[in-house]
Write a protein that binds this ligand. Structure first.
Ligand code: PHE
Ligand code: NA
Length: 453
């Protein structure tokens, strides 16, 4: 076997990990989840989830990838022969996510072009579901929608080209451009948004704490789900990325930098999104609640409305907003796809080129399903299922396996402590062996219960 690929620099690795973490979840998911689950009060469960599960698991995955040096399935099988399937489960979930994540980036690419002429017109919701997506009724299917298909081809062309080029010349080089560009663009957007009229009302609504909601278990579930998705943990991604680290790497420190950068970006997005919502509410004379939303509706129906209302250079603002979605999305999609490419490469002893062509090609092919009339309905259903079941389940299996079945927490702890000035002590082990399994177990039961009743 040829020598395993490696990151060129520490900054390159961190940018790639941060690039994976910062994605659509930060921009279109976090602001609304926080608003809907206690506003300012949500920061308490959110920070608890970050420090009891998010960062501890991120540290653990960095150690696993680094110590065992393989894709997720290979890493799990080196930990224990019988646990290879956990890696494959994660790879499978990531593969599923990659098929539809690409489509959302394609929409954002189309909308970044539409921004210049405000092509979506006055009725942005109708334009989205009608003219643009040609969604039709739920359950209806039809032919390919060119306005989705064409940008989708571009998205995959970029992603596959980056992946073909490999870890250092592809993934690292791309993130070195994407992430700084994203941060600059996004800072400009947020600065513009907070200076719009009405921004203060939006921010008040976003930060107003509703402490009473903290008694509701679903708020805590929302916090943990957000952290897992947002940090890209338990999706095979961080294990794969850290398997390309050189021997001397401060894993614990890298994990803190990655986790805190992601949350910082999330906070920034919350401020930007709710300032903009405050502005559109004020300028149309409606309430914040008429515009507060997440996901597809927020990005592709409400943001176009906001852009329509903006006083000057609104086309440029629109372009920057959708371009940030594209950049944030691409760097995440690259990381999701690398999980199965690395896994196929090792499992079948094939070249990177073949693994990219086969794995990436297959995902690209499947993604065409969502570029059909009615495809958006399938996308929404798959996304919901992956989020409620996939996230909790693979997290739970991973933590219970390591902490209770094969009991590797101590080994991993020693490995990291030999490499870092930040010592992992009982905080880390207690989080992994007690707190996180209990919380995730509870979450799974609660979400299955609500799914079937
Ligand atoms: N972490 C990314 C986000 O916040 C998305 C992501 C989730 C990427 C799962 C990979 C896997 O959007
Ligand atoms: Na994120």
């Amino acid at each position: 076997m040829s020598q395993r690929s490696q990151w060129g620099t520490r900054a390159g690795f961190i940018l790639a990990a941060v690039g994976s973490a910062i994605g659509l979840g930060n921009i279109w998911r976090f602001p609304y989840v926080a608003y809907d689950n206690g506003g300012g009060a949500f920061f308490l469960p959110y920070l608890i989830a970050l420090f009891t599960a998010g960062i501890p698991i991120l540290i653990m995955e960095f150690i696993m990838g680094h110590k065992y040096g393989g894709s997720s399935p290979l890493t799990f099988s080196r930990l224990n022969k019988k646990s290879e399937y956990v890696g494959w489960l994660q790879v499978f979930i990531s593969f599923g996510i990659s098929t539809y994540y690409a489509v959302i980036i394609a929409w954002a690419l189309a909308y970044s072009v539409y921004s210049f002429n405000l092509s979506w017109g006055e009725n942005t919701g109708e334009f989205l579901m009608g003219s643009y997506l040609q969604a039709g009724e739920v359950g209806s299917v039809g032919g390919i929608v060119p306005s989705v298909f064409i940008p989708l081809v571009i998205v995959w062309a970029v992603v596959l080209a980056v992946l073909f080029k490999g870890v250092k010349k592809g993934i690292e080089a791309a993130n070195k451009i994407f992430i700084p560009a994203l941060v600059v663009l996004f800072l400009i957007i947020v600065l513009r948004a907070v200076t719009l009229e009405g921004a203060a009302q939006g921010l008040n609504a976003f930060f107003a704490p509703d402490w009473s909601q903290l008694g509701d278990p679903s708020v805590w579930t929302a916090a943990y789900t957000q952290i897992f998705f947002s940090l890209s943990i338990c999706f095979a991604i961080m294990i794969t990325y850290s398997s390309y680290l050189p021997k001397k790497s401060d894993l614990t420190n890298n994990a803190f930098i990655t986790g805190l950068s992601n949350s910082g970006f999330e906070l920034l997005a919350g401020i930007g999104v709710f300032s903009a919502i405050g502005f559109v509410a004020a300028s149309t004379g409606n309430g914040i609640d008429d515009f507060a939303a997440d996901g597809v509706g927020l990005a592709f129906a409400i943001f176009p409305q906001i852009i329509n209302q903006m006083p000057f250079l609104n086309g440029l603002f629109g372009f920057m907003f959708f371009a940030s979605l594209v950049l944030a999305g691409l760097s995440s999609l690259i990381s999701i796809s690398e999980t199965y490419i690395a896994a196929f490469q090792e499992k079948f002893s094939i070249s990177r080129t073949k693994a990219v062509a086969f794995g990436g090609g297959l995902s690209a092919l499947i993604s065409i399903l969502y570029a059909t009339k009615g495809g958006v309905h399938i996308l929404t259903a798959v996304d919901r299922y992956v989020l409620t079941v996939g996230v909790g389940l693979s997290g739970l299996i991973e933590v219970i396996l390591l902490a209770w079945v094969i009991r590797k927490v101590k080994d991993l702890q020693d490995h990291a402590n030999g490499l870092s000035q930040i010592r992992l002590g009982s905080w880390w082990t207690i989080c992994l062996t007690v707190i996180t399994p209990i919380l995730l177990g509870y979450m799974m039961i609660a979400s299955l219960y609500s799914e079937f009743t």
